[in-house]
Design a protein around this ligand. Structure first.
Ligand code: GLY
Length: 441
């Protein structure tokens, strides 16, 4: 599909390793002029940075309003042709609608489509039930009292989920009633993620392996990406607190073909259902699946944007020009292009974290980052919480600092390459899991 000459100045919003990976992939299209807002120390080498930080979830309406006004103003000033927002909070706050209203093209779901998928777990659960999508049985609770009443009669362990978005930290498994009550109190009182915990879901606990499926959607047609497996716990052996994701591999060698096909069908059912409700979803949809003992997948959650760290191990496998696929989605013509995936390598990624992560309190930042050797050949480093200080030094600026990605003909080799790259990086307080992909090599 021919991309119009008018699509040359592309702005990626956000500052994570996912955004770096998107820009890295776009940078293979040599005619583009790339911009990042705010970007990070890594994106600065391939894109011009705009000093526009995304507000926090808990920030007030005025702050978000100011952000949108500044964004639109900057897009006009810099003659931006296309904006790519991939952060859940931005999408749920309606960045795509705001940009469209200002006559600026954006790739991502509308506020309503984002709300119905990731923005409200309760609304999404109701849709899944309506569309016959397999998912864990859930009860929606509007008050502490209601949640506790449901918890006492529920089989243990049980899953407690915040209704709204909470940077991957709004889901906890309770093994006792005491724990369940503490989590309910904690979630409902927390203001860290705005009103995310005002409503809760109490869900059946399912066991099985998890798989992330990201898919491009033009509102009706979908193109699945190569599946990935994400490690969410902070410590080796899947112990400790939940994180936004601290390691990943792709493809998923143990996933049966027919299970993958079921996952694709389920994803398509959600997209077609949203279209039928007049809320077509254009962008990247990302259902998180659990593969149950029977071999059938169930949806744990739908996300309205590409996953992080999944994107960083998936995009290197995309054969096509990323802009071509995005343009086909925007035109509603995803069925008219062939999207191909490279089959020669598998990928493993390890997230390098700051001392204190995953808690946001006491996070150690501003540490000098040293990259000791050459990162080349079979390895990539994507930046997340990094920034250049006033002297031009690369310093830490967040919990997830960098992601080391390795590729190989086997997972053993890809893992070796990823850890080789990780070993080249040093900053005070660095920590990372040392068992990513260990279970499949
Ligand atoms: N991989 C977890 C997330 O993107 O939410």
């Amino acid at each position: 599909m021919k991309i119009p000459e008018t699509l040359r100045r592309v702005l990626v919003l956000g500052s994570g390793a996912r955004e770096h990976a998107i820009l890295w992939k776009l940078s293979q299209h040599l005619d583009l002029l790339l911009f990042a807002a705010p970007g990070n120390g890594g994106t600065a080498t391939i894109a011009d940075s705009f000093d526009l930080s995304i507000p926090k979830l808990s920030d007030c309406e005025e702050k978000w309003e100011q952000y949108f006004e500044n964004l639109i103003c900057k897009c006009r000033l810099e003659k931006i042709d296309l904006v790519i927002p991939s952060t859940d909070s931005l999408l749920v706050r309606g960045v795509v609608d705001r940009l469209y209203q200002a006559g600026i093209l954006a790739f991502g779901p509308t506020k309503m489509a984002a709300f119905l998928t990731e923005g409200s777990k309760a609304e999404n659960y109701l849709l899944m039930k309506e569309f016959g999508i397999p998912c864990p049985k859930s009860q929606i609770c509007n008050s502490r009292q209601e949640a506790k009443q449901i918890a006492v009669t529920h089989k243990l362990p049980l899953v407690i989920k915040m209704d709204g978005i909470a940077s991957g930290k709004g889901v906890v498994i309770a093994y006792t009633i005491k724990e369940a009550f503490e989590i309910i109190d904690d979630f409902m009182a927390s203001k860290e993620y705005g009103d995310a915990g005002k409503k809760l879901l109490i869900q059946d606990f399912l066991t099985g392996q998890e798989v992330s499926l990201l898919a491009f959607s033009d509102g009706w047609n979908i193109v699945p990406m190569v599946p990935a497996h994400d490690y969410k716990k902070i410590y080796n052996g899947d112990r400790g607190q939940n994180t936004g994701g601290v390691g990943c591999y792709s493809p998923v060698p143990w996933l049966a073909k027919n299970t993958f096909e079921e996952m694709v069908k389920i994803t398509e059912t959600m997209i077609r259902g949203l279209a039928a409700k007049n809320h077509p979803f254009v962008g990247v949809i990302y259902p998180g699946f659990i593969i149950t003992k029977s071999g059938h997948p169930k949806v744990l959650e739908f996300n309205c944007r590409p996953g992080d760290p999944e994107t960083q191990v998936i995009l290197p496998q995309l054969e096509n020009d990323l802009l071509e696929v995005i343009f086909a989605c925007l035109e509603g013509k995803l069925n008219l292009i062939d999207v191909a995936w490279k089959k020669d390598f598998v990928y493993v990624g390890v997230v390098l974290c700051s001392k204190g992560y995953p808690t946001s309190k006491n996070l150690q930042m501003g540490e000098f980052i040293r990259i000791l050797g050459e990162i080349e050949g079979n390895t990539l480093i994507f930046h997340a919480g990094t920034i250049k200080d006033s002297n031009g030094n690369l310093v830490t600026n967040g919990g997830r600092v960098l992601m080391a990605v390795g590729r190989g003909k086997s997972f053993k080799r890809a893992k070796w390459e990823a850890y080789l790259a990780a070993g080249q990086v040093w900053f005070s307080g660095i920590h990372y899991r040392t068992d990513i992909a260990e279970d499949i090599v």
